[in-house]
Design a protein around this ligand. Structure first.
Ligand code: PLP
Length: 401
């Protein structure tokens, strides 16, 4: 018997989560596994975050909340955009959801008609395409390889837009590549979009604060103010404040769109946990030193990984500008054989061998729409990262022509 309708059957479980589960299972069986498949900071949120949640519980602030989020948190989000991005939103132009991920559910649920297209430059986060499909849209993957800096340019965007295009999905800094769009790159895209008034923009800025070099972050709405009324900024506290499990994301955009997203929430989740919202409020309004320290830690780790990978023959790696991933080109190694004679024909086979025989869990590039790569999270201790590079090096050295 099958329980799935065609929409559910048409999508897969999150590949990175599935791989993380497989790695956990091997570890539970006693295998020595370094799991670098999932992207989440490996340190605790600042102490005042947990304290704010505890206080919300102690004081009984535990009833249903408003669908859009607590007023105090929405005010803090308004203040964040003004302070950090020089963007002025009113309180009814921002909303709170169960993570950035839920905002994508809300927005595609509310806006896509069957067959509407969503342009997704690849490599892209594993979930974008399936969330679009689940809501009846057609993901249009546009390949943006290393030669393009893993970014979509104006000409490619223009060529990808059709009468059915509804959304352009942008993500900077990018998961998995760490690429960051500059002001002028966004403006060039903005000029194309100005000619296509039906096309709306989602700018996923969840890695805004994970900056690893001197490359500055710019918000899409800041670079293209004339497109503010058709831009939805998606962000959250998961990555900046190490709060992945608290499930608090937020969005900013035109009032009418935000109202529709709130309507979706009111009929689905009701509200985000008010305890988690109290914690997010403390994160956004408290001392921000934590955020910069996190970025510094990740920058140090990116350097460790870059130095080690440079010593492995056959892998291609450009250190990322942002986010906390190493996106490693393995094209030159594909087609080679393992010690038992198995041909590693593609990146899923490569990643499977790396996990099974060398105990290192990675995510194959195919999951990001980018065959020929693997992604390692660098949100792990220096020792784990060194161990991971050693294991990758040992595997590469074991391959035969
Ligand atoms: C690019 C990107 N967007 C959104 C998310 C989801 O963030 P949240 O924890 O706020 O749902 C992730 C999580 O890995 C991500 O990598």
């Amino acid at each position: 018997m099958t329980f799935e309708n065609t929409r559910a059957a048409g999508i897969k479980s999150s590949p990175s989560m599935a791989i993380a589960m497989a790695a956990k299972k091997l570890a539970a069986e006693g295998r020595d596994i370094i799991d670098l498949s999932l992207g989440e900071p490996d340190f605790e949120p600042p102490a005042h975050v947990a304290e704010a949640a505890a206080e919300a519980i102690r004081k009984g602030r535990v009833r249903y909340g408003a669908a859009a989020g607590m007023d105090s948190l929405r005010q803090a989000i308004v203040a964040k955009f003004s302070r950090e991005n020089q963007l002025e939103y009113k309180i009814d132009e921002v909303m709170v959801a169960n993570g950035a991920k839920q905002i994508l559910f809300d927005v595609f649920l509310a806006t896509l008609e069957p067959g509407d297209e969503v342009i997704i430059p690849t490599p892209c986060w594993v979930s974008y395409g399936d969330i679009v499909s689940l809501h009846g849209g057609d993901p249009v993957y546009v390949s943006c390889g290393p030669e393009a800096g893993f970014k979509i340019d104006a000409a490619t965007l223009e060529a990808s837009i059709t009468p059915k295009t509804r959304w352009l999905m942008l993500n900077s800094p990018s998961n998995p590549t760490g690429a960051i769009y500059s002001d002028s790159e966004y403006q060039a895209l903005g000029q194309v979009l100005a000619r296509h008034p039906r096309v709306l923009v989602i700018s996923d800025e969840i890695y805004e604060h994970v900056l690893l070099k001197d490359v500055p972050f710019v918000s899409f709405a800041q670079a293209c103010p004339e497109l503010r009324d058709r831009t939805l900024i998606v962000n959250g506290v998961s990555k900046a404040y190490a709060m992945t499990g608290w499930r608090v994301g937020y969005a900013a955009g035109p009032k009418a769109l935000i109202a529709v997203l709130n309507k979706m929430q009111s009929q689905s989740v009701t509200s985000v946990s008010t305890i988690a919202q109290a914690a997010a409020l403390a994160a956004l309004t408290g001392d921000q030193a934590f955020v910069g320290q996190g970025a510094q830690t990740f920058a140090g780790r990116a350097k460790i990984v870059a130095d080690r990978l440079a010593q492995i023959d056959g892998v291609d790696f450009t250190p990322p500008d942002g986010a906390f991933y190493a996106f490693i080109g393995i094209q030159r190694l594909l087609g080679r054989k393992t010690e038992t004679g198995q041909v590693l024909a593609d990146d899923p086979a490569f990643a499977a061998h790396l996990l099974q025989q060398f105990g290192l869990s990675s995510v194959p590039g195919a999951a990001f729409g980018a065959p020929g790569f693997i992604r390692l999270s660098i949100a792990a201790s220096d020792r784990e990262l060194e161990g991971a590079c050693d294991r990758l090096g040992a595997m590469v050295a074991s391959l035969k022509d």
